[in-house]
Design a protein around this ligand. Structure first.
Ligand code: ZN
Length: 347
């Protein structure tokens, strides 16, 4: 299945927010065969254009290419790297993680170290070690050696996670937020035959630090309709109350009604629900999530753009490894294709 192959490739590359060159190049390569034109804007957004029979409506799909990660902040005399966090990372998941430092000379393996528990004071053992008490150990003897290895201040650091299929339809890996959507968007463009509308498939940058790439991409495209594809919290794990996170793995993509940044436009909502029901694609409705997506920014472009969101239920988002169902990914592709075909009837 092409989705899983592309997801594996996309999940294995670096794309810490603001350092999306590698994932951008890969997205461009994978998307290119299925669009009429492909370009990169000044911020690094990758924009694939599939021309419709007509120029309008102009539809913008957005899947963010960036991921949460770290940046090298300082290099100690002893050869350890201190870091800053990029995007919403929970300090509790940092300790003892294997990481990759992406230097100009190539990737370096490292581990996030801390003061060993044996010598911690009692109060230290009870609390979570904050990110600024941790450091990355790349096996260097001192500052000089670190520099010789090619590390510079500002180098991005990603989690070192091996992609794997662990169940019949379940995969685990790094940065599924939002590489899952990148893979889904690429597959959508592959399956989409010539449509009435013109589709702009956009791999956006800097979503994790404030939905920034979507702002400039949408301004340049000036779309009539926007659909963000992203991941959402699958709350079907022990200890999670249904009322807090009702979306479940394997029950189909979620169609968002509202989140912290967007009230989905009623026409887009209708379009997505109709597309799912007419094609018997399972879906879940979601409202009230604390986060937001690129659609929040696209909707505020110029005079306003009707927007909606299709999300993939994903467990352990914003931790080093997340988990999703390939069935949901497949259904998200089907839903996006079906919706794009129907758009001229609604707009
Ligand atoms: Zn996301």
């Amino acid at each position: 299945m092409a989705i899983v192959e592309n997801l594996e490739k996309l999940s294995n590359v670096c794309g810490v927010a603001g350092r999306e060159q590698e994932v951008g190049a890969l997205t461009k390569k994978l998307l290119k065969p299925y669009v009429d034109e492909i370009k990169e804007d000044k911020l690094g957004n990758i924009i694939g254009i599939k021309k419709g029979k007509q120029n309008v409506p102009r539809v913008m799909l957005a899947a963010h290419m960036d991921e949460i990660g770290l940046l090298v902040k300082t290099i100690s005399k002893e050869g350890f790297l201190q870091f800053t966090k990029i995007g919403g990372i929970d300090d509790r998941v940092l300790m003892a993680q294997k990481v990759i430092v992406y230097t100009e000379k190539g990737p370096l393996h490292g581990i996030i170290g801390s003061k060993p528990p044996h010598i911690q004071k009692e109060d230290e053992r009870k609390r979570v070690m904050a990110w600024d008490e941790l450091f990355i150990d790349i096996g260097a003897e001192n500052q000089e050696e670190v520099k010789k290895m090619g590390v510079k201040i500002g180098d991005p650091v990603g989690f070192d996670i091996k992609f794997a299929q662990i169940g019949k339809n379940i995969v685990i890996g790094k940065a599924f937020d939002d590489r899952a959507a990148c893979a889904i968007m690429i597959e959508t463009m592959k399956r989409l035959e010539k449509t009435e509308c013109t589709v702009f498939a956009v791999g956006t940058v800097q979503e994790e630090v404030g939905l920034r790439g979507a702002i400039t991409a949408a301004y340049g495209i000036d779309p009539d309709v926007g659909i963000a594809i992203d991941v959402t919290v699958a709350g079907d794990t022990p200890g999670v109350k249904e009322v807090d996170a009702p979306i479940k793995l394997g029950k189909g993509p979620s169609i968002s009604i509202s989140d912290a940044g967007l009230l989905s436009h009623p026409k887009v909502l209708r379009l997505l629900v109709d597309a799912a029901e007419e094609n018997k694609i399972p879906y879940q409705l979601e409202t009230g999530l604390a986060g937001s997506t690129d659609a929040a920014r696209i909707s505020l472009t110029k005079e306003g753009v009707p927007c909606g969101v299709i999300s993939i239920p994903t467990r352990y988002i914003h931790s080093p490894t997340s988990l999703l169902s390939l069935k949901d990914a497949e259904n998200a592709v089907k839903l996006t294709v079906a919706a794009l075909k129907k758009i001229p009837k609604y707009f």
